[in-house]
Write a protein that binds this ligand. Structure first.
Ligand code: AP5
Length: 218
């Protein structure tokens, strides 16, 4: 089988994981797999899963490991992920990382590489505070750094943009705490395997993308 690209983007809320995952996926022709997007899509569709996770997501907590692991397992088995995938927002806990390693091994896939996107806390707050999202297709913008062509309207479908419920100040604070407690330890997990590189996430969107690709090619 040809060499695969299984890449994880790590970083705190607002680091730019979704923004960069989307660009890398387009550049490499492999899918972006965002557990946050999958869960928001389930909410928009009004499925049982969506109803089950809504309150946890809005408060800034984490959905159960078993649930997201099952979502990712199903998604990785689709044919478009045969050549690899960009994982954004998963894994988020050590049990999720262990489950992903086991899953890729079981599927005969290459192990993951990880890029940790580093951004100072003040910038994170500015990014999350200015983010606007499309409630219909999930597209994401920033009022200053990545504005839509027409103010407050989605470029893709023309729907009025909204602020994500978990981008309220109290939810942002809880997400940052959750990240420090449950997700930051993944850096050590991947460092021990020699599988993680750190990248400065401050600057123009395209400059950060170039930094990530150069780091991976080095
Ligand atoms: P998820 O959607 O994954 O949220 P998150 O990890 O908190 O990440 P964000 O989407 O807030 O930030 P991002 O790093 O993707 O930044 P973005 O590119 O959007 O998860 C949401 C919730 O779902 C979780 O809280 C949890 O409840 C649940 N969940 C999801 N996965 C889970 C899992 N595996 N286990 C358990 N629960 C799970 O950028 C942010 C803003 O900054 C944007 O407006 C963007 O335009 C702007 N921006 C991006 N790059 C730059 C730049 N270089 N300069 C200036 N602005 C920039």
């Amino acid at each position: 089988m040809a060499k695969q690209r299984n890449l994880i983007l790590l970083g705190p809320p607002g680091a730019g994981k979704g923004t960069q995952a989307q660009r890398l996926a387009a550049r490499w022709g492999i899918p972006q797999i965002s557990t946050g997007d999958m869960l928001r899509e389930a909410r928009r569709a009004g499925t049982e899963l969506g109803k089950q996770v809504a309150a946890v997501m809005d408060s800034g907590g984490l959905v159960s490991d078993d649930l997201v692991i099952a979502l990712v397992e199903e998604r990785l088995q689709r044919t478009d992920a045969r050549e690899g995938a960009i994982l954004d927002g998963f894994p988020r806990t050590i049990p999720q990382a262990e489950a992903l390693d086991a899953l890729l091994a079981k599927m005969g896939r290459d192990p993951v590489r990880a890029v940790a996107i580093e951004v100072p806390r003040d910038d994170l707050l500015e990014r999350l505070g200015g983010r606007r999202s499309c409630p219909k297709d999930g597209a994401s913008y920033h009022i200053q750094f990545n504005p839509p062509r027409s103010e407050d309207v989605c470029d893709v479908c023309g729907t009025a943009l909204v602020t994500r419920p978990d981008d309220r100040m109290e939810a942002i604070a809880k997400r940052q705490d959750t990240y420090e407690r449950d997700t930051a330890p993944l850096l050590g997990y991947y460092e021990k395997k020699g599988a993680v590189r750190k990248v400065d996430g401050v600057g123009e969107l395209e400059s950060v993308l170039d930094r990530i690709t150069r780091t991976l090619e080095a």
